[in-house]
Design a protein around this ligand. Structure first.
Ligand code: AMP
Length: 220
């Protein structure tokens, strides 16, 4: 089953995909993680990704689609793949549909996490990430026990280079611009289920799990 989690930055797509993975077998593929790995490389590709990523702009479709399709290709045999942050544009969605069709696969479920913009800004501005294990904290709502130190492995916590106020505003306005068309695209095919992401983590995970389990049951 191939699932797309839609939703603005800060809606908790990545956190929820990880929580879901504790309840059911799934592979979580986040475009942000794939692009951050590319960004870190000392290559022309790395420099190109850095230019867009650090400004909070979308990385060009040609690069994003190539890297994400390669990552998806590695997990075609997984029971469930959850895509987070990809596709972000209708062009990316069309490229994804075409690539999946070639493999006899399709998108089976699209779920959109929704939350008010002021909540998203606060979540992003307060976000801290562990440099070694990637655990995500929030200085306001989910602080680490010791300031600046990861509870899980003691790693150093840092603020992402695109979680500055300017980049956050740019990213959220790009999201607003692209999301309407993307949602219409999927409403015209597989449909889009909405989940209110301005609730407790557990309530959100419960809703996502029941949507995925009922979709899974309808496919078998
Ligand atoms: P995220 O971790 O999803 O907030 O993504 C961080 C940054 O990675 C974005 O601001 C973009 O620069 C880039 N990015 C992530 N996903 C995509 C995508 N599907 N298309 C283009 N750029 C992306």
């Amino acid at each position: 089953m191939n699932v797309i989690l839609l939703g603005p930055q800060g809606s908790g797509k990545g956190t929820q995909a990880d929580l879901l993975a504790e309840r059911m077998p799934l592979v979580h593929l986040a475009s942000g993680d794939v692009l951050r790995a590319a960004r870190a490389s000392e290559s022309e590709l790395g420099a190109e990704v850095r230019r867009y990523y650090d400004a909070g702009e979308l990385v060009p479709d040609e690069i994003t689609v190539r890297l994400m399709l390669a990552a998806i290709q590695e997990h075609l045999d997984a029971e469930t793949v959850v895509l987070d942050g990809f596709p972000r544009t209708v062009e990316q969605a069309q490229a994804l549909d075409a690539a999946l069709a070639q493999e006899g696969e399709r998108i089976d479920s699209v779920i959109e996490l929704t939350a008010p913009l002021d909540i998203l800004r606060e979540r992003l501005a307060g976000r801290l990430v562990c440099r070694s294990c990637g655990t995500v904290y929030n200085v306001y709502s989910n602080p680490p026990k010791v300031s600046g130190v990861c509870d899980v492995d003691g790693g150093e916590l840092y603020q992402r280079s695109d979680d500055t106020p300017e980049a956050i505003d740019r990213r959220l306005s790009i999201w607003e611009r692209e999301n309407t068309d993307l949602v219409s695209y999927y409403q015209g095919s597989v449909g889009v289920d909405e989940v209110d992401a301005n609730r407790s983590m557990e309530a959100i995970t419960d809703d996502l799990e029941s949507l995925l389990r009922s979709r899974q049951a309808s496919l078998t």
